[in-house]
Ligand binder design. Sequence first.
Ligand SMILES: [Zn+2]
Ligand SMILES: [Zn+2]
Length: 403
Amino acid sequence: MKVKINRGTNQIGGCITEIESEKGTKIIIDIGANLPDSDGKVKPEIELEGLTKGEANYKAVFITHYHGDHIGLYNKILPEIPIYVGEISKEIYNMVQTRLSKANLVEKKDLEKIASFKTFTIKDRIVIDDIKVTPIAVDHSAFDSYMFLIEADGKKILHTGDFRTHGQRGKAVLKAIRKYVGKVDCLICEGTTLTRENIDVLTEFELQKRAEEIFKENKYNFVLCSSTNIDRIAAIHKATLENKKMFICDDYQCDILEYITKISRSNLYKFNDADNIKDTKVYRYAPNMLEKMKKYGFVMLVRANPNFEQFLKMFNDHAFIYSQWLGYLKGKNEDYKRIQAFVPKHYIYLHTSGHATPEAIKEVIEITNPEYVIPIHTEDKEKIKELTNKAVILEDGEEFIIK
Ligand SMILES: [Zn+2]
Ligand SMILES: [Zn+2]
């Protein structure tokens, strides 16, 4: 088998990994858009012969999860090449893109392309000619995220996508790798946190406990976090219920949570439990709720826009929790500036990373015992050598043959 990281050996996000069997079957893992740099500039996107232009010569594209730095270039893929994505991911991504299309930020033909995605669930094993792909569910700040075990020519590759082990379902990740993957020949591993020194990472549960304290001290609370970071929203929701306050979202956010509640069998994600509606209800905001909000206190999920700005003014004496990446508060692109204008000076930072700590990466290396470890999704790939003596340091576009 041959591995080529078309992009992602020297940057976080924008990952495009290529895997080719001896017979010449080629597949792609992730088709991520570039993230803006600290000045807010986005580098020009790449074109790949046979994938985004010319005659199609890839058999399939597999998406690990719905973050833009992994799925963002889906609309550039040639129409003959099928795109595979988790069943729930497809639905959530469609909800997000449909909202953006209403603001004319996404075109109708792109929504049609999303509708054409093929889907898989945890039980599936997808066969593309002589390549087998098995999705392994992981814990990440996107719901329904996967690693992929890729098998061909009697060899195994594990592509981790983005993952972590300190979230609500973190322990299950290592268990699943032990059970369904075991030893591999090659590990293609995310290395987002390799640059960060001695980071003290909060677990999602510790974060929930801190949120509980904040909600206890403050009657009115606003939380800014990603509308698709379902594990974070679950933590905030539970912290709200502990304090017997109203948990309020707008229609768009409520629709996402209702969908998750409907499809998830886990008690972690019961945002509107019909058996116990009084305790777990998510309030869909309506103007006639204002008196109740004043009386009982609340936690409201917000996004940076004028609709939510009015509530911040209305309930002036509030706690504002900033629960996402701090980089948005420094960058200079238009989206970041909108967030900066929205977030009040007195915000409380309460966040934890969606990415594997160096210790977690080390554990995955130990379990899979690979001959080669290729770091991607990192700004300091050389640092992987501190975790393994099997590191293979590639440049973008360089081919590596797994013997
Ligand atoms: Zn990513
Ligand atoms: Zn991600």
